[in-house]
Design a protein around this ligand. Sequence first.
Ligand SMILES: Nc1ncnc2c1ncn2[C@@H]1O[C@H](COP(=O)(O)OP(=O)(O)OP(=O)(O)O)[C@@H](O)[C@H]1O
Length: 293
Amino acid sequence: MKKARLIYNPTSGREEIRRLLPDILDRLDKAGIETSCHATTGEGDATRAAAEACERGYDIIIASGGDGTLNEVINGMAGQSHLPPLGIFPLGTTNDFARAMKIPKRWEDYCDLIIQNQTRPIDIGKVNGRHFINIAGGGSLTELTYEVPSRLKTMIGQLAYYVKGVEKMVNLSPMHLVIEAAGHDTIEGEFMMFLIANSNSVGGFEKLAPGAEIDDGMLDVIAVRKCNLAEFIRLVTMALRGDHFNDPHVVYLKTPRMEVISPNHVLLNLDGELGGELPGVFEILPQHLRIFA
Ligand SMILES: Nc1ncnc2c1ncn2[C@@H]1O[C@H](COP(=O)(O)OP(=O)(O)OP(=O)(O)O)[C@@H](O)[C@H]1O
């Protein structure tokens, strides 16, 4: 019998996990996967629970929640000597990573993937001792993901981000950045935002970093040079179609390692959560984890 640890955020998304849990446990159990659960209690708890599950030698870890919960779980796992494969039930408001990995929406189908032990290796991003699985970024617009209150997300879902996004866009301000990426010349200037993608699905923009592959050992960097609000909105609409790469405001590069410094106070967003601030050394941990996908 295999042993799995299911770490779930009971408050994620529309709180569906409470209803699904007995059926998930039953399906796994019947297939020989004995699963115990840990319900998270607040910030940082999923990280502690995931680290403990590695230390206790579980065969499988499963994270249930949104991108925030997933980020906490991989932060508990990264660097552990015993690294079991990770399953993901994407039950948050935003599930960018699961979308990028084409994780089945039906929980039954995903249980079957776990039961069949279908895994693939994935890279993990790291900056200043913290990890991200999908995306890192900086600039005032990227702050919106942690400014949206959880209650509002439970009530109106993705719409909560659009409401806040419009509010933030009106107040966009540039920052000065020096970007030193391995294999590239130094880039310096005024920027509105920068994003560092590990997968190709970011904030619902599936064509933002089409070249980003989850296991290529590379970070895909997209930085937007200073522009006015009208130009920025035009860029966002171009990004929806994947046409933004030809715009002179957009810097795009691939690198395994990059240092970013700024004289401004720039907060970092890691998978939608607040993740410290610049300066930052971003690097990739190639094929560090295996996920069921
Ligand atoms: N019991 C809890 N009560 C309140 N907050 C919690 C609890 N457990 C975990 N959290 C916090 O909730 C945060 C966000 O959760 P999560 O990402 O799973 O889903 P979400 O809020 O639906 O939306 P999103 O996917 O957009 O982040 C986590 O980073 C975690 O710190």
